[in-house]
Design a protein around this ligand. Structure first.
Ligand code: ZN
Length: 112
């Protein structure tokens, strides 16, 4: 079980890291576009203002970074033998929830 969890967390980490890399690449591309664009970005030919694309990507990057931090915490808890226990109520976190969100550290009831 613990081995399965470690593998689950590792594959989650890889998945999130590669998505984070994609977002970083898009941000880099956008930064270049912005530097080359006229200062009035409301007239971007794609119709979506660059500033809007920028905030969307920044939001995604923050969300992914948050998931990665969650993976770090879940791995630390796994090492301490606290994995699969809700950090708020101490109850069991369902395997289905851990499969869907490997970095989850609270049960479904405490998540909301
Ligand atoms: Zn709980």
């Amino acid at each position: 079980m613990a081995r399965g969890r470690a593998a689950q967390l590792l594959s989650r980490r890889r998945e999130v890291e590669s998505r984070l890399q994609e977002i970083e690449d898009e941000l880099t591309a956008l930064r270049r576009t912005r530097e080359g664009a006229a200062d009035d970005d409301e007239h971007d030919p794609d119709g979506v203002p660059l500033s809007e694309q920028w905030s969307r990507l920044e939001g995604l990057r923050r969300a992914r970074a948050g998931v990665l931090a969650g993976v770090d915490q879940a791995e630390a808890r796994l090492e301490r033998g606290e994995d699969g226990r809700c950090r708020r109520c101490g109850g069991a976190i369902s395997p289905a929830r851990l499969a869907a969100r490997p970095e989850a550290t609270t049960c479904i009831d405490c998540a909301f």
